[in-house]
Design a protein around this ligand. Sequence first.
Ligand SMILES: *[C@@H]1O[C@H](CO)[C@@H](O)[C@H](O)[C@H]1NC(C)=O
Ligand SMILES: *[C@@H]1O[C@H](CO)[C@@H](O)[C@H](O)[C@H]1NC(C)=O
Ligand SMILES: *[C@@H]1O[C@H](CO)[C@@H](O)[C@H](O)[C@H]1NC(C)=O
Length: 323
Amino acid sequence: MANAWKRERSTPLLCSWRSLLLIPLGISFYFLFTFFSSASSSNPNPISNPKTFVFEASSPILPFNCSACPQATPVFASAVEGLAHPFLYSLADLGNLPDKPHKNIARMLKGKPFRRPDISLTIQDYLASKGAAVDDGIVVDVGANVGMATFAAAAMGFRVVAFEPVFENLQRLCDGLFLNRAWDRVSLFAAAASDRIGNITFHKLVGRLDNSAVSATGARLAFKSNQEIAIEVPSIPLDEVIPDSVKVLLIKIDVQGWEYHVLRGASKLLSRKKGEAPYLIYEEDERLLQASNSSIDEIRSFLSDRGYHKCEKHETDAHCTKD
Ligand SMILES: *[C@@H]1O[C@H](CO)[C@@H](O)[C@H](O)[C@H]1NC(C)=O
Ligand SMILES: *[C@@H]1O[C@H](CO)[C@@H](O)[C@H](O)[C@H]1NC(C)=O
Ligand SMILES: *[C@@H]1O[C@H](CO)[C@@H](O)[C@H](O)[C@H]1NC(C)=O
């Protein structure tokens, strides 16, 4: 899923959002924040009184506080083209000059918005086709990366609880919160979702943060030449964060092979009865799963035991439902 956008042919420009290029040169997070607050004080919109969506987790891990997170610079962010509900996201990896700048950098210089990530369309299509109202439940994004799924749902008004352990990606998610004025809808957790509370070693692939993985082999599979760094990150089961009382419409999981561990940690959530159980979208890549000691069959049988009898393959993802 990580590189799916590269293979996709360019789609017609449907939205006219102007690309946003911020090279802040010392712009601080504080400035960004006060800019948004003061820009709105003469303008009666929701920004003037930002109410943060702090997901009241009873879990030992507290939500990540973007207000306390140091702002990364420079910020390269733009709107995504071709979506019914456009949003902006900030790049985590800019690539290398002169040979391999990130393709979206080249698009920005040509005045084009960012290419539409497949997952953004998938999420918006699903929520639209379900005819879901924003109060019908939350969206859970596991392996949020820079927010291509999170902000796709938030742009439609849905509340999102997102998990992302890589600090550089969290900074980009915080950029997205402010750029999309989505702080009242998105709650972030700086953790890897898994099947136990604790710490796990996570392998960060330098220059390709979208391929970071719990398994070193998983991190390296697609990009063998990149340097990899091991970091300790907190891990937590979804069942520890999401109480029974919270309705969940959709769970998206893209964690480079760690999918089975995430699902096992959501056993209670996935055992909810038909009609109340979340729709499930997860990356299903046999090589990545095996690098984390699991497999497609094991996952499918685990899901089937919990009532997920209908799974369909969509490119590299599986979509599963009880309905
Ligand atoms: C987040 O951090 C800011 C700035 O440090 C602080 O004022 C605020 O109370 C914190 N919010 C939460 C929910 O901890
Ligand atoms: C995880 O690591 C942190 C910092 O290294 C430590 O304080 C904490 O006790 C660890 N948690 C568990 C459950 O091992
Ligand atoms: C997979 O299992 C092997 C052997 O038990 C172990 O050494 C390795 O750390 C495991 N890999 C992961 C990602 O858990």
